[in-house]
Design a protein. Structure first.
Length: 224
């Protein structure tokens, strides 16, 4: 124990951002697993390279740490969406890729799902305190708005298509796929959560959203 103390102090002084990232990594998992009330700073400190006092130094209190963890999971989800390159795609293909990316991002970030569920229990109290999350969330609406405008201008999308409504539909199905996996699988079997089942569900989400957004194509009807 006496040999580890200098190492902690050295790490903190040499790379404080790495230390903060490590705290947030552990804290995010703890909050996702135990909730805000159940998580303990002592446990988080025990699983990191810093002391409890240093956690308070960086994040003020447990609520501040929780808020930072919440902001972190939103940032990761939105980063996945921003990284999606839709350049050169027509509106239908671009919307299709965005739907698939959203579905996949939700699957890859179960801590995001759990923390959002916890935050809803708290009536979005800590989300309301954040200046970061609204800015992060505006990016996906802006991207969908661009797609909607392009689709309407090309005569492909219905005039009533709304970016916020599209986001609600896309994220709700993607979210439920992860949030209710355990109860759904227990009730109805786990086949939909196999690799093949997830690929089918992802395509069903694409089909459902496109059916709402895209006008019927005369050529497709004629061929049918």
């Amino acid at each position: 124990m006496t040999e580890q103390a200098p190492a902690r102090k050295s790490t903190w002084k040499q790379d404080p951002e790495a230390v903060k990232a490590d705290i947030l990594r552990v804290a995010t998992a703890e909050f996702a697993d135990r909730g805000l009330s159940g998580a303990r700073i002592d446990e988080i400190a025990a699983k990191t390279s810093v002391s409890k006092r240093m956690i308070y130094y960086y994040f003020s209190d447990k609520e501040g740490l929780y808020r930072a963890a919440l902001e972190g999971v939103y940032a990761r989800l939105r980063a996945n969406e921003r990284a999606l390159d839709l350049t050169g795609l027509d509106p239908i293909a671009a919307l299709t890729e965005l739907i698939k990316a959203t579905f996949d991002s939700h699957r890859s970030l179960p801590d995001f799902i759990r923390l959002v569920m916890i935050e809803n229990i708290h009536h979005a109290a800590y989300m309301k305190q954040s200046s970061i999350i609204p800015e992060l969330n505006s990016s996906i609406i802006s991207k969908l708005a661009e797609l909607c405008d392009a689709g309407k201008a090309a005569g492909i999308f219905y005039d009533h298509v709304d970016p916020v409504e599209l986001h609600w539909m896309i994220s709700s199905m993607s979210f439920y796929n992860v949030s209710n996996r355990e109860t759904f699988s227990h009730s109805f079997g786990a086949e939909l959560h196999t690799s093949a089942g997830q690929q089918r569900l992802r395509q069903r989400v694409v089909d459902a959203v496109l059916a709402i957004a895209v006008k019927p194509r005369p050529n497709a009807q004629a061929l049918a």
